[in-house]
Design a protein. Structure first.
Length: 204
């Protein structure tokens, strides 16, 4: 026999993979990141090069938020083209407010007729690139009340810049004890003269 061979056209279609974002619930941290891994379904014939991840649609506090999966890379020697990857979003994400604590600091000043304080308010819990402006504290009473007898409170006029009107935080404040000491007051006698009138009084 003389054997002859011939070629024929064929095709290999991409294997389907589905990547489904999973529910997540976390506290606001200034990012859209999710620590939960999406679930991959379908048959993988090659090793995973880069695992899929998921993220929130935005970083702000809320419920019913969309989580989107992406980023799966298969080491198939064909740039990943041997797989047809479909991504399915999840709409049950939750981001709850982060705790933000504003602590008044102890301060002492000489009585000046006001409740103003130059003390610096301590901040605990501010996330990412968020900022606070207009943060001040003041004495609850302008009067001298003895050593550590005055209460210092955080003023309410501060502004949280978080891109969500401050709603990404649950803010609590704490007070501190301070002192207002008496102001110096000097009384000086002035020169005077008068005609004798039988008293020690002075008209000056």
């Amino acid at each position: 026999y003389t054997v002859n061979t011939a070629t024929a056209a064929g095709s290999i279609t991409a294997a389907p993979l589905t990547v489904t974002a999973q529910p997540d619930s976390r506290v606001y941290d200034g990012t859209t990141g999710s620590a939960v891994a999406p679930v991959v379904t379908g048959i993988t014939y090659d090793a995973v090069g880069t695992a899929a991840t998921q993220s929130y649609d935005n970083r702000n506090v809320g419920t019913g938020k969309t989580l989107t999966a992406g980023g799966l890379v298969m080491n198939d020697g064909n740039g990943g083209a041997n797989y047809a990857v479909s991504y399915i979003a999840n709409n049950t994400g939750v981001i709850s407010p982060a705790a933000l604590v504003l602590n008044a600091s102890s301060a002492t000043k000489v009585y000046d007729g006001t409740t103003a304080s130059s003390g610096v308010v301590g901040v605990v819990g501010l996330q990412g690139g968020d900022t606070l402006s207009g943060l001040t504290q003041r004495f609850a009473n302008k009067n001298v009340l003895g050593a550590n007898g005055s209460t210092l409170r955080v003023d309410a006029g501060y502004v949280v810049s978080d891109g969500n009107g401050g709603a990404n935080y649950a803010v609590t404040t704490s007070t501190a004890l301070g002192s207002i000491t008496p102001a110096g007051l000097s009384l000086h006698a002035v020169s005077d003269s008068k005609v004798y009138d039988g008293t020690t009084s002075s008209g000056g």
